[in-house]
Design a protein around this ligand. Structure first.
Ligand SMILES: C[S@@+](CC[C@H](N)C(=O)[O-])C[C@H]1O[C@@H](n2cnc3c(N)ncnc32)[C@H](O)[C@@H]1O
Length: 192
């Protein structure tokens, strides 16, 4: 991956790209050095405790106001969740349509899942909570038509509200937007 990035950067004429190989749970970077952290389809490879450590690392290396953009699988095997059910049914249907190779893949995946060696996807609600717990603010998650989702979040420039304070602030902002909307609808109905 590092070599691939080096070649791509060089062929694009970028001379100031340095590649460092490290685990997402322990970044060899000083605090507050990064403007942007991007992760694409990596964190589902980590168990949930390590996902949280990776988010804390991302938060640590970001400067105040720096941003995290993350694309990854966003579903769980929870049959109670409508999106989770739809995503899993879609995947099973896709494998079933491939016939025997699909069935073989399904059995392999089930084996890896049962032995704990497989992927560890989490749904959007889990990510939202984990991002807040890791100290991010401005968390926004969009789930896509397939199993994926995109999360954006910001390292707070407010001196670091706790996740509880940040959640309370988000609720207060949402309530205020509702009130303002209600008030402007009332005023326009009254012709004010
Ligand atoms: C599905 S691939 C995605 C690769 C690439 N980001 C892309 O979009 O094509 C998952 C990648 O996560 C990497 N990975 C797994 N555990 C990791 C960890 N703890 N820290 C950093 N990368 C990890 C794997 O080496 C693999 O390259």
């Amino acid at each position: 991956m590092g070599e691939y990035l080096r070649v791509k950067a060089s062929s694009a004429g970028l001379e100031n790209v340095e590649t460092v190989l490290a685990s997402a749970v322990s970044l060899p970077l000083v605090d507050g050095i990064a403007d942007l952290v991007v992760s694409n389809y990596c964190l589902h490879e980590l168990r949930h405790a390590d996902k949280r450590r990776a988010l804390e690392e991302a938060r640590r290396v970001l400067r105040p106001g720096g941003r995290l953009v993350m694309g990854d699988m966003m579903f769980s095997l929870n049959p109670a969740g409508a999106r989770d059910r739809r995503v899993v049914a879609g995947m099973l249907g896709k494998l079933a349509r491939r016939g025997l190779p699909g069935l073989w893949r399904l059995l392999k995946n089930a084996g890896r899942l049962l032995s704990g060696r497989g992927e560890h996807p989490a749904n959007a609600a889990w990510w939202e909570d984990a991002l807040r717990q890791a100290g991010f603010s401005g968390v926004a998650i969009e789930t896509l038509a397939h199993e994926g989702g995109i999360a954006v979040a910001e390292a707070p420039s407010n001196g670091g509200l706790s996740s509880t304070q940040d959640a309370a602030l988000s609720r207060a902002r949402a309530e205020m937007r509702l009130r303002v909307g209600h008030e402007s609808r009332r005023a326009s109905a009254a012709g004010e």
